[in-house]
Design a binder for this molecule. Structure first.
Ligand SMILES: O=C[C@H](O)COP(=O)(O)O
Length: 251
């Protein structure tokens, strides 16, 4: 992690939890102690977001796991960035690989969602990452640059401070098969160089690029110690007290 970028750890609970188990998570998060130099954001299922926001220490952010690209309307089952804000939350995860690959969301739709969320003052954790066959076919860079381009096209120059990019190789998500710190660092470093070229040097230097994919208490320090890895987006381990250790990875 480079010192000018604040370490960022997100906990993506995905479609897990009920009020009883969520109370347990809130308890260990509020008890911490959490490194004050790390920005922490958790992302409960939409139906529990307000409940979590009401009970969680205010220094921990709460994010939606997704939202649509307009304020309101006939979009059954969806929520808007405006609703996320209305309940006192300020972040949303967009483009997660499960949205892309289970629900068929395209680069273009994700770009439009990023644009709308930012326009409403909701900060975005934008996810990208290649599938195993893409990595094995030597297409990792092509895929992540293509996904990143759709995001870049939708972020205005003055909005980059409200964006965190999460590199999550699909083959490492929920598999226990983490990218090695060197594999992750290689992609992060290439992405940062690509952003310097396509956006600007200052944005590339200040943008937090976090890693996701089987991050755990056991591997978080080594991953977080890489020059271009500015934190993590944690799935499974964010439901357990291990998450506190991951937040404190740079201590
Ligand atoms: O958003 C989080 C990622 O999908 C990682 O999930 P995981 O830590 O369970 O592999």
């Amino acid at each position: 992690m480079a010192s000018q970028r604040k370490f960022f750890v997100g906990g993506n609970w995905k479609m897990n939890g009920n009020k009883a188990s969520i109370d347990g998570i809130i308890q260990f998060l509020n008890a911490g102690p959490l490194d004050p130099n790390t920005e922490v954001v958790v992302s409960p299922p939409a139906i529990y977001m307000e409940y979590v926001r009401g009970k969680l220490d205010q220094k921990i952010g709460v994010a939606g796991q997704n939202c649509y690209k307009v304020e309101k309307g006939a979009f059954t089952g969806d929520i808007s960035a405006n609703m996320i804000k209305d309940i006192g939350c300020e972040w949303v995860i967009l483009g997660h690989s499960e949205r892309r690959n289970v629900f068929g969301e395209s680069d273009q739709l994700i770009g439009e969602k990023v644009k709308y969320a930012l326009s409403q003052g909701v900060k975005v954790i934008a996810c990208i990452g290649e599938k195993i066959e893409e990595r094995e076919g030597g297409k990792t860079e092509e895929v992540v640059y293509r996904q990143m381009q759709a995001i870049v096209d939708n972020v205005a120059a003055d909005q980059w401070a409200n964006v965190v990019v999460a590199y999550e190789p699909v083959w490492a998500i929920g598999t226990g098969k983490t990218a090695t710190p060197a594999q992750a660092q290689e992609v992060h470093q290439k992405l940062r160089a690509w952003i310097a070229k396509k956006v600007s040097e200052p944005v590339a230097n200040s943008l937090r690029i976090i890693y996701g994919g089987s991050v755990s208490g056991a591997n978080c320090k080594e991953l977080g110690g890489q020059a271009d890895i500015d934190g993590s987006l944690v799935g499974g381990a964010s439901l357990k007290p291990d998450f506190v250790q991951i937040v404190n990875a740079t201590q």
